[in-house]
Design a protein around this ligand. Sequence first.
Ligand code: FEO
Ligand code: CA
Ligand code: CA
Ligand code: CA
Length: 630
Amino acid sequence: MQPEDNHDLSFDEFDEIVNPRPEENDFDRVVEAALSRRGFLGGVLAFGSFTALAGNTAFSVSEAAADRFAFDAIPTNGEDAVTVPAGYKADVMVRWGDPLWSDVPEFDHATRGTSETQARAFGDNTDGMDVFMHEGRTLLVVNNEYTNRDIISVSAVEKRIVDEDDIAKGMMAHGVSVVEIAPIGGVWQYVKDSPYNRRITPKTVMALTGPAAGHDLVKTDADPSGTQALGTWNNCGNGMTPWGTYLACEENFNGYFSAADEAHEVSPELKRYGVSSKDWGYNWAKIDDRFDVSKNPNEPNRAGYVVEIDPTDPNSVPKKRTALGRFKHENAEAVVNNDGRVVVYMGDDERGEFLYRYVSDGKYAPGASTDDLMENGTLFVAKFNEDGTGTWLELTPESTGMSSKAEICIHTRQAGSAVGATTMDRPEWVAANPNAPEVYCALTNNKNRGIKTNAGGDETPVGGPNPREANKFGQIVRWRPDGGDHTASGFAWDLYVLAGNPTAHNDLNAGSENVNANNMFNSPDGLKFDSNGLLWIQTDGNYSNEGDFAGQGNNQMLAGDPVTGEIRRFLVGPKECEVTGLTWSADRRTMFVGIQHPGERGDSHWPEGGNAVPRSAIIAVTREDGGLVG
Ligand code: FEO
Ligand code: CA
Ligand code: CA
Ligand code: CA
C-alpha cells in the first residue's frame, strides 16, 4: 500500500498497516481482563475523592477552590473560529510561514513559500512551547511538529508530482522556532529581526550526549564518532528545565525513513520503533540519503530523544540527551525533588507503550553547574497494579538483560518490555501539580486495548489505568509518589477523569462522574498546570461531532480542578485543528495557546478567513479587564 494513499491516517495507524500486530485470541486472557474490569469499577469509581486512595496529608487543598475557575464554561461548537468565554479575547500572534527576519518575504498564499523562505520563517504545526525571560525580553520557544502535504505543497494540492523544493520546504517547516515576542501597543506580537530569533531544523548540527554517545549503534557515515546528530523533527510536547533551558521531544521520528530498495528488511530493533521501508509520504530520502534506511541503517538511532536547547544563546549547539531514553517522546515534565535530584516524567505515545521516569544522580542547586543533570541518571518504567498501587521499575543491564546503559538508552522500549512494564493507552503529556507531589498523564485513546499487542508483542489487557477495551475516548491517570518523594519506587494512582459521552452511552463509555453533557470531550493530549493549580487539558481527538462523538464539536481546551474533579470547557478551536501547546506571559495576564493544523482535511480557512490557506498559529488569550489568566 502506498503511503500517499494513507495520509489521512495518523502516524500510529500508518505504522500499524506497515507493521501489523498479531491478533490476540487467548480466551483465558479475555476472561481475566473482564474480571479485572469489574475490580477496577469497584475500586476507582469514586472520582474526586482520592484522599481515600492515598490519605497523604502532604497534599494541600487550595483555600480558594471555589473561585479557581475565573470563567463561565462555554458550549462546544463546530465553527471555523476560536471561541473563548465571555470577558476573554483571543488574538493571533504568530502563524506558520510568518518571516522571522525582515528580509524574508511575507507568507505567499499562492505558493505557500519555498524551502528558502520557510527555513527563515516560523515553522508549521505549532506544538509544545514555553516562554523564557532573558534580560527583560520574552523569548518563546515552540516545537513545529510536522506538516500536512495537502496544505504546505501546492503540487500535492494539484495532484502533481511533488518536486524537490516541496520536499525541502516541508523539511524546513519542521523543528523548533525561537522567537522574541513583545506586547506592542498592548497586543502581543512577534519581533522580527530579534537577535534571539532562530530556526532549528532537521539540518541543525546537534551534540549527541550521555550514555549512548559514541556507541556503535549511533555511528553513521555522516558522523563515524557517534557523538553528533543532524537536526530534529517531529517534536511534539516539550519541557522546561529548572535552569531555564527548553526540552524539545522527538516523537514520531520513524515516519520520515524509507528505503529506495523496497525489498529492504529493516531490523527488528527498528521495527519496534515503527521504522519501515516506507515513509509517511514526506519523501525526505529523495533529497537526503540519511533518510534511506537501506543506506544508513543507524540514522534512526540518532532520533527519538529529548533535545535540550538554550534559547538565550542563538549559537548554542542543541544537545540530544540520550540519558532520557529513546522512544516516541511526547513531553518531558521536569520536577526538582525534595532532595534536589531532578526527576523527568515522560510518556511514549504509541498504542501499548510505556510511561517513564528519569532520576538524575546529581542534585540541582541554583547557580551551580547543571551540566551533569541530564547526563548521569537512571531510567525507570511504570508498572501499575490493579489495587491502586504501582512501582517504578529500574532499567539497568541487570534488570533488562541488556548489555549496557548505552543500549538501554537506545533501545528503551525493549528495556521496558524486558522488565514487564504496563502497556498504556498512548501516554501523551505528563504534568506535575505545583501544589502537591502529584503527577497527571493523558492517555489519549487506544483502539487496540484488549485486542492487539504493542509493537513489541507485549499484551494489552483491559484493566488498571486502561480500563476500556478498544478505548475510544481516553482518560487521565494521576499518581502520588510514596512519601511525596518523586524518586520513591512506589506510588498510588487513580483516574482523574475517564473521558466519554454520557449522551451516547450508559456504560464505561459514558465517562466518569465529572464528565457530563456540557463538558464532554475525547482524546485528552496536552496537559499543563497553571500557577494556581488548575489543570489545563487540550484535545486531539475525533471532531466528527457524530455517533460516539456527537455533541463534542471541534478540538478544545478545558480546565480541571484537581481537588474537586470539576472540569469546564474554556476554548473551542477552529475546524479540523488540534489544540496543543500552552504557556503564559511572565505577568500571567496572557495565555498563549497553540492551534495546530486547522483544516487538516481541507475544511478550514482559519485564521485569515475568505479563501486563505489555513495556517497553524499561536493565539494570545487575555481578559478584557486585563486580569490574570492562570
Ligand atoms: Fe504529537 Fe502524541 O502527540
Ligand atoms: Ca500531542
Ligand atoms: Ca495526540
Ligand atoms: Ca497533532
